[in-house]
Design a protein around this ligand. Structure first.
Ligand SMILES: [Zn+2]
Length: 420
């Protein structure tokens, strides 16, 4: 039953953001994200929850407890990247709803309220900054930085927020007091190949790797491709290429520390076949749960950039776009999840998360946990992203039990995890 229900909900939500091209387009603070939230709002109301939007447009659906205690919150996001998949974020939100449905079905009262939260703007695709909604909720957002963001059409972030019906000036009101929430838990697709390769359905995440993001401007000299001899060139693109390959080599050396480095965006100008590129801009993303390892990759990159300036007559400017700290997740929550897994005869995989998630912001404010479910071929941010619902249901079982314990669903106090 669970499986069919989640499948049906997935279809309803993923009806939104379709275009003639493959994949889903529900970018942050667009009509499509709003429409998906509205579909979800309807589903929550059917489950008897009260639903509100906070000042940032995060949706908070709540099932009251028998006491006015801090809520046990579950959540994820419904926005997607360009040409996104059907499971990233969406599955976590629906898993929360399924837990609520089961509580309703079993007619269980909980002492603590249970919430399902849909965070806004988790993906960085539109504004270059990720997990905006959860940053605002946990009080981690830097409003002056948000004010300066623009999307690729030049629409400033504050304007996008206003167009979505919220006030940029009031965004900070989305911050929730510590006493609002007891525990936060997120279920998310792994977006990597580990669980699938081990043929295990559930990952317990130990911490979130943090990205260091750089924008690199390489300047050389544009000139005629036919008349400039090879030794007279100051080609910004070939210089950038050398730098990118060196970055890859540097990250490979740190493989055992799960450190990764990527250049996913590059632009050369003037961009004509018969002109040597005089300028090149590319973006670097270096991630790890180990900051020292990440730093080593960064240092080598700086060093190589310096060498390149000398050997190729280029100038290299490196701008830091983001430098985030890795976030460990609550060991108490991890251990609780582990115990539930063993009661359910599931063998969990302990793993770090290479991707950022809303839980990393929540974890700085509230004890938090993250469960992974397998991604077929490790694929995500892609129209072919797929997670079997049979695996999802197993992870939802874990989440459901965690909610029973955390929210005290008809259990005696002795069985509760005590956390102040
Ligand atoms: Zn996600």
């Amino acid at each position: 039953m669970s499986l069919e229900r989640i499948d049906e909900w997935l279809e309803q939500v993923n009806n939104i953001g379709k275009t003639s091209a493959p994949g889903l387009y529900r970018l942050a603070y667009t009509r499509e994200e709003q429409d998906a939230l509205d579909v979800f709002r309807g589903l929550c109301e059917k489950e008897g929850m009260t639903v509100r939007d906070d000042a940032a447009g995060n949706l908070i659906a709540r099932r009251e407890g028998t006491a006015d205690f801090p809520a046990v919150a579950l959540g994820s996001h419904l926005d997607t990247v360009y040409a996104g998949g059907q499971y990233d974020g969406t599955l976590g939100v629906l898993a929360g709803l399924e837990v609520i449905h089961r509580l309703n079905q079993k007619n269980l009262r909980t002492t603590h309220p249970v919430e399902v939260i849909v965070f806004r703007a988790e993906e960085s695709s539109r504004f270059g900054t990720a997990t905006i909604g959860s940053k605002l909720m946990s009080g981690k957002a830097d409003l002056s930085k948000l004010a300066a963001l623009k999307d690729k059409d030049g629409i400033p972030f504050p304007e996008a927020v206003e167009r979505a019906g919220f006030s940029f000036e009031k965004l900070a009101d989305a911050r929730r007091p510590q006493s609002d929430i007891k525990t936060f838990m997120e279920l998310h697709i792994e977006q990597g190949p580990v669980l699938e390769s081990k043929q295990l359905p559930v990952g317990i995440v130990t911490g979130i790797a943090a990205p260091l993001r750089l924008r690199v401007h390489v300047k050389g000299q544009a000139s005629h491709s036919g008349t400039t001899s090879m030794d007279m060139r100051r080609d910004a693109l070939t210089g950038a290429s050398a730098l990118i390959l060196d970055l890859e080599a540097g990250a490979r050396k740190e493989k055992d520390n799960h450190t990764v480095a990527t250049v996913g965006s590059i632009e050369a100008s003037p961009g004509a076949m018969n002109v040597i590129p005089g300028q090149c801009r590319f973006d670097v993303d270096i991630r790890s749960t180990d900051t020292a390892s990440r730093e080593r990759v960064y240092r080598q990159f700086l060093q190589t950039a310096g060498l390149l300036e000398q050997t190729r007559g280029l100038s290299v400017q490196i701008e830091t776009l983001a430098e985030e700290q890795p976030v460990p997740l609550s060991s108490q929550v991890q251990n609780g999840l582990k115990e539930i897994c063993s009661n359910l005869n599931l063998t969990p995989v302990w793993m770090p998360s290479g991707a950022g998630h809303d839980v990393m912001n929540m974890a700085e404010q509230w004890p938090s946990g993250l469960l992974f479910v397998p991604s077929v071929n490790g694929l995500s941010h892609h129209p072919d992203e797929f997670t079997s619902l049979a695996h999802t249901v197993e992870a939802v079982d874990v989440l459901e039990h965690a909610v029973h314990i955390e929210a005290d669903a008809g259990r005696s106090k002795n069985h509760m995890e005590v956390r102040s």
